[in-house]
Design a binder for this molecule. Sequence first.
Ligand code: FAD
Length: 337
Amino acid sequence: MHIEIIGSGIVGLSCAAAFAERCCDVTVISESNGPDESCCSWWAGGMLSPWCEMESAEPLIGELGVESMAFWSRFTSTYRQKGTLIVASPRDVPDLKRFGRRTQNWEQVKEEQIKILEPDLAGRFTTGLYYPQEAHFDPREVLPELVAYLQEKGVTFQFNKKQSDDFLKIPTTADYRIDCRGLSAKDTLKDLRGVKGEMVLIQSSEISLSRPVRLLHPRIPLYIVPRNNGVFMVGATMIENEERTRASVRSILELLSAAYALHPAFGEAEILEIGVDARPAFPDNLPRIVQMGKTIYLNGMYRHGYLAAPAMAKKVVELALSGNGNTPPSSSYTGNS
Ligand SMILES: Cc1cc2nc3c(=O)[nH]c(=O)nc-3n(C[C@H](O)[C@H](O)[C@H](O)COP(=O)(O)OP(=O)(O)OC[C@H]3O[C@@H](n4cnc5c(N)ncnc54)[C@H](O)[C@@H]3O)c2cc1C
């Protein structure tokens, strides 16, 4: 079966992997020069936190997340299962309790355990929640790793090749076209919207963290994800806005103030990069598979692209391989149906 995939963000690459693993002949066509800074996937924190995300997400995200983590743990050596630590200042402890009530698979930690988990946070927080099964990685390591893996599997890539709206309306000669254009698919998926996310990359030799740390705060919920060489990803804003390029002073001030509140050593860190993109999301913030004839759309990954794409890609493959050419003119489902 020949599969044409449009887009080389995490969704396009996850679909390519899922089809290639079922021995399909896969071509990936992408406007970007590979998975680069023009893709939303470039700016992600790389947190794989299905249990923490349950604080605000539907149970489906947790199920997809656990399934995807099994894929990532097998796939990449950069996968770090160190858990997630959530802390709050004494004033915000009620928020921590509320967070705990809404989520599962955590252990309550006191000052002594926080000191063991993250020695550099010793004495700064008296209570927290620890999610030992969660994981993280650096998307900028994983994306090229996926491309190299797919090339080895015989997947063909055509980068720097934007597909025009007209082209996308022409029926494909492939058995299926999988549209993974992220927010650009708004031209067809009319209720897709962007949720702006701003992030900062900083570097410090004064402090080290082993795992993502979230600081609960009523106004500025923050997470910090450690990367190699003393680099930290500080993220991320969530703004109902489709801007993909402009970071505001207010957002960056708030992110950096929260990092400073987590530990004053971040005040001396060097700012390496400020990044912005808009997460593609449907109104219910759940991913969706939409089939229109021989085109299947996978989109709406919202803040769960890495967490959910491998599991959703498998559902796309099942849909295509069970199609036997009898494709309905238009249908859609959110993966749990
Ligand atoms: C600051 C921030 C932090 C995040 N943190 C996390 C996190 O920790 N964990 C997590 O799971 N998720 C996270 N996310 C969410 C995640 O990044 C997104 O859900 C995901 O990147 C969406 O991937 P995508 O492949 O749909 O879109 P994209 O990555 O944008 O890819 C779209 C692809 O389509 C191509 N394309 C578009 N139009 C055309 C065309 N006409 N012709 C050819 N190609 C085209 C583009 O070039 C690109 O290759 C975060 C997002 C942001 C912004």
